[in-house]
Design a protein around this ligand. Structure first.
Ligand code: MRU
Length: 343
């Protein structure tokens, strides 16, 4: 039996990614051999989800070596880091991972540079697997009484290197024999919920039902959902959360219906330099994603289109944030600072 590909793999000096633009129709991989190809894969969402973007970019730095061998190695790598940092603006894990690679460059002699960078990228990748398991454990104790949860976008194995963040507690509960059903928002415009969350959960044998984004309110009103759980791309110092567009209205609905609203994210997703969510840069994507989904024109050419990829959910709407370290109930500046102390 052939082994299923991993979301991200680095083998024989090549970065191999599941091409998430092709799911659920085809499970195929895309190989990146250059920094430019890695940048393009992140920008086009071949690899997406905050932690996965960080891991892919870390490996991407290593690809600078063979093709751009002009000047001292460290300059070539630093240029690659600056370039990869322009691939997407919102997920802070990208900059966090690239900063780690930069620190390696600063403290390592030239001759050992490539090996040291490889070790750091592999460490980032391995830490991510541990993070998924820890979030799974902490989240499972919060969701232990739930029979059905609603999620938005994809914060699962395809967004990380293992179980994901928001989906990690669900994998954990499923593994321990707890029956849990997932409702997945389709997540317009790029359908990460319908295409990716529904794909990976059904592969794992976890019951999943897809709904269009506008159906969520009705489900929350009728008591079908016990909790909402989502991932995050960046969390400000006060606990405001940037996540896939459509997360904020879900949080408002959950609050109105007194349903817990959980955010699951590693500590690398916090940006303590930003005091509140309004300071988080929000990626604006191409009009064609909204106006021509799957190449079919659904908006007249003369109409304007907006396409922000993320929105901000104020901390007051968040019941708790689950990290690899534990749970931050009713997050605010002090609780977050205490939780992350010594990060
Ligand atoms: O545009 P995407 O698909 O990269 O957006 C992904 C999300 O919004 C996820 O919820 C977030 O990155 C967390 S992934 C563990």
């Amino acid at each position: 039996m052939t082994k299923a590909p991993e979301t991200i793999a680095f083998t024989d000096g090549r970065l191999v990614l599941i091409d998430q633009t092709r799911l659920p129709g085809e499970l195929v991989t895309l190989e990146c051999n250059t920094v430019e190809q890695t940048h393009d894969a992140i920008r086009r969402l071949v690899v997406r989800g905050a932690p996965a973007i960080g891991i892919a970019a870390a490996y991407g730095v290593l690809l600078a070596r063979p093709s751009d061998a002009i000047g001292p190695d460290r300059e070539v790598y630093l240029r690659a880091i600056d370039f990869l940092a322009t691939s997407r603006p919102t997920a802070v894990n990208l900059f966090w991972a690239l900063d780690r690679m930069k620190s390696v460059i600063e403290r390592t002699p030239d001759v050992q540079l490539h090996d040291a960078l490889l070790v750091e990228a592999v460490t980032i990748h391995n830490e991510d697997r541990q993070m998924c398991q820890s979030i799974g454990r902490h989240g499972a104790s919060l969701l232990g009484d739930c029979r059905s949860v609603l999620t938005h976008c994809n914060a699962g194995g395809l967004a990380t290197s293992m179980w994901g963040t928001a989906l990690a507690p669900i994998y954990q509960l499923h593994q321990s024999g707890h029956e849990i059903k997932v409702f997945a928002d389709e997540t317009r415009p790029l359908l990460q919920g319908a295409r990716l969350t529904a794909w990976e959960l059904s592969q794992a044998g976890i019951p999943v039902t897809v709904l269009t984004d506008s159906m969520a309110g009705s489900l929350l009103r009728t008591g079908t959902i016990d909790a909402v759980i989502v991932g995050a791309d960046r969390i400000a110092a006060n606990g405001d959360v940037a996540n896939k567009i459509g997360t904020y209205p879900l949080a408002v609905l959950a609050s109105y219906h007194r349903i817990p609203f959980y955010v699951a994210a590693p500590s690398s997703t916090f940006d303590l330099a930003l005091q509140c969510g309004d300071l988080i840069p929000i990626e604006q994507r191409d009009r064609s994603e909204v106006a021509q989904p799957q190449g079919i024109r659904v908006v007249p050419d003369l109409a304007e289109v907006i396409n922000p990829a993320f929105d901000i959910t104020p901390a007051e709407l968040v019941t708790a944030i689950i990290t690899e370290r534990g749970v931050i109930e009713s997050p605010n500046c002090e609780r977050i600072a205490r939780h992350l102390d010594g990060r």
